[in-house]
Ligand binder design. Structure first.
Ligand SMILES: *[C@@H]1O[C@H](CO)[C@@H](O)[C@H](O)[C@H]1NC(C)=O
Ligand SMILES: *[C@@H]1O[C@H](CO)[C@@H](O)[C@H](O)[C@H]1NC(C)=O
Ligand SMILES: *[C@@H]1O[C@H](CO)[C@@H](O)[C@H](O)[C@H]1NC(C)=O
Ligand SMILES: *[C@@H]1O[C@H](CO)[C@@H](O)[C@H](O)[C@H]1NC(C)=O
Length: 577
């Protein structure tokens, strides 16, 4: 034992000597290791190039100074002393240096003569150092060296051995892994744990002393295993873990996402007798909006693309397994069946929405409706799968573009419905401007112009003229505003009213007046009579004067005759001739 120790120290000292080319101070029983000092002359040339570490290069003198310091050790004060304690802690030992200068230390842990741990530690900011991953209930030798300048000083402690603590069940965690393995892990070195005879560890890689894997066929159930510790005498403990062994090749799970809403993903997991309560809980994030937090399937919005991942639960306890992501789109095939009722001043829209893909969430949609000419927006009254909207105060016989816009959670979605609707005919705007003329004595001609909107179909457009007093004149009805009333009474004041008619309504009337003249033919006839009467009278007078001249002898009688007898017998005879 001592020999081996000596050899090890020789080796160490050799390494340190070569690296730093310095003298080492070592215990008496290792005098053989003084040998490396002899090689200092060789290394003078080697160390002339400064080492990369600046602090070392300052402290690293050439060969000549090495000998100087070697001699100086006899005259200069004693090198500093260091000491430490060792305390068992969880998973290992704690080294605690005391009354020691700060600086670089080397810690070695030796188990059964084999150096299992070798660490270089800087005790400047702390005086403690934990060594873990040791075996429980195991006695270790320990050694702490202080790297003081060019020298190595062995620190003292109350003993050179310490025993680690016992381990407990809680120091071990279990996890399943692919291929039906369960692996147990601990911060302890558990290579000394003994498995029951019927269980053999699998793929035990010698480098990983913290993991122990076994093969099992107990799946989706509590798997119990009894470990016995080789090092802790009479210690054995049962470890029971609820473990899902990853029998599922998750990438091959059929997930069958739905389209539309409510979103459903139905994974088909292989049926395994023992796994009765395997469930998958999905959460989704929006593909175009990855910053959004994960949503459960029930909260997805329509008309979006999602990326969903399922977490596998066993008996309602989440496992560490997730399915591969699955893409889900929630396009709804909304069909808005729109009906309308129109009057000449209002439009009433009513609609029912249907959808094959989103039938279950139709009640979650809301709607905006509008009928545009002047940007009128109605307030929808909603039913569970549709609604109605009233628009009033509209213009008659006018086209309105009416829209029903579905929304979801206040956000506009596609599939809006748009129709152009005409209000019913109404009263034509304005009234015709009427012009009346009297081309003949008992004839009235009427013309008019109408410039307003007739608020009705053009094909029914008519003008209606009425004459007052009407007498035998019925209202006239023309497509063009030109009328003639004939055979009217002479010298009469007439009123004319003209409206435009659109097949449904007449406009306000436009008015005109006219007076017929006297009957000029009758007057002329009368004048002719008067003239002829006057001529006849004149002729009579001439005749009497002629007769008077012939009967000069009885002037009195003649005059008497003219006076007395307008129809003298002679005159009568003459007329008869
Ligand atoms: C220099 O030495 C210090 C401690 O002595 C060490 O922590 C550091 O890693 C060394 N640097 C180089 C470059 O070797
Ligand atoms: C270990 O167990 C055996 C039998 O169970 C017993 O005889 C022995 O004394 C125990 N040893 C210790 C150290 O407890
Ligand atoms: C499944 O889990 C539920 C709740 O955890 C439980 O009540 C039920 O008994 C379980 N069913 C089976 C078949 O294990
Ligand atoms: C609309 O029609 C009603 C009869 O249905 C009518 O009384 C009303 O004057 C009309 N309104 C307009 C503006 O045309």
């Amino acid at each position: 034992m001592a020999g081996l120790w000596g050899l090890k120290m020789l080796f160490w000292a050799g390494i340190i000597g070569l690296t730093y080319s310095q003298t080492t101070i070592i215990p008496d029983d290792n005098k053989a290791t003084m040998a490396p000092t002899a090689s200092t002359s060789n290394e003078t040339s080697l160390t002339s190039t400064p080492p990369s570490n600046s602090s070392d290069s300052q402290a690293s003198p050439t060969g000549t100074t090495v000998t100087a310091t070697t001699e100086a050790t006899e005259t200069t004060p004693e090198p500093p002393k260091c000491s430490y304690t060792v305390t068992p802690i969880e998973f290992g030992l704690q080294i605690n240096v005391m009354n020691s200068p700060p600086g670089d230390y080397s810690i070695s842990i030796i188990e059964g003569g084999r150096r299992v741990i070798e660490e270089r530690v800087n005790f400047t900011h702390s005086t403690q150092h934990n060594i873990q991953r040791l075996k429980p209930c195991t006695e270790y030798e320990h050694q702490v060296l202080y790297n003081y300048g060019n020298k190595i000083i062995k620190c003292t402690s109350t003993g050179n051995k310490a025993e680690t603590k016992e381990m407990s069940e809680t120091d071990i965690t279990g996890q399943s892994s692919i291929n039906g393995h369960i692996c147990y892990q601990s911060q302890w070195n558990i290579s000394s744990l003994k498995l029951p005879p019927n269980i053999t560890p699998v793929n035990k890689s010698s480098s990983d002393s913290n993991t122990l894997c076994v093969q099992t066929n107990d799946i989706c159930s509590d798997y119990k295993i009894t470990f016995t510790s080789e090092t802790c005498v009479n210690t054995s403990f049962d470890i029971t873990k609820n473990i899902i062994v990853d029998l599922y090749n998750l990438t091959e799970i059929q997930q069958n996402p739905s389209t539309g809403l409510p979103a459903v993903i139905q994974p088909t997991l292989p049926t395994i007798k023992e796994c009765k309560n395997i469930t998958v809980h999905y959460t989704c994030s929006e593909k175009d909006n990855p910053g959004q937090t994960n949503k459960p399937l029930s909260e997805l919005d329509p008309f979006r693309n999602y990326r969903c991942t399922g977490l596998i639960f066993n008996n309602n306890i989440p496992t560490v397994y997730t399915t591969p992501p699955v893409h889900l789109n929630t396009d709804c095939d909304l069909t808005i069946n729109l009906e309308n009722k129109n009057t000449n001043t209002s439009i009433k829209l009513s609609w029912k929405t249907t959808s094959q893909k989103c039938n279950g969430v139709l009640h979650k949609f809301s709607y905006d409706c509008s009928c545009d000419k002047k940007g009128i927006t109605g307030i929808p009254k909603l039913q569970s799968d549709g609604g109605t909207c009233d628009f009033t105060g509209l213009e008659a016989f006018t086209d309105y573009t009416c829209r029903v816009q579905p929304k979801y959670n206040g956000k506009t979605v596609s599939n809006k419905k748009e129709v152009i609707l005409k209000t019913a005919p109404g009263v034509p705007d304005g009234s015709p401007t009427v012009t009346v003329t009297v081309p003949e004595n008992n004839v009235i001609k009427v013309e008019c112009k109408h410039e307003g909107n007739i608020r009705g179909p053009d094909k029914y457009k008519r003008f209606i003229a009425r004459l007052h007093p009407g007498g035998e004149n019925k209202p006239q009805n023309e497509t063009v505003c030109k009328f003639e009333f004939k055979d009217l009474s002479y010298s009469t004041a007439y009123r004319v009213e003209v409206t435009v008619f659109n097949g449904y309504f007449e406009s306000q009337p436009g008015r005109g007046t006219a007076d017929t003249r006297y009957n000029d033919k009758a007057v002329i006839g009368f004048l002719i009579f008067l003239i002829s009467a006057a001529l006849l009278l004149a002729a009579c007078v001439c005749y009497r004067k002629l007769r008077k001249r012939r009967s000069d002898e009885d002037e009195n009688v003649a005059s008497e005759a003219i006076y007395m007898n307008t129809r003298p017998p002679g005159w009568r005879q003459k007329e008869a001739q």
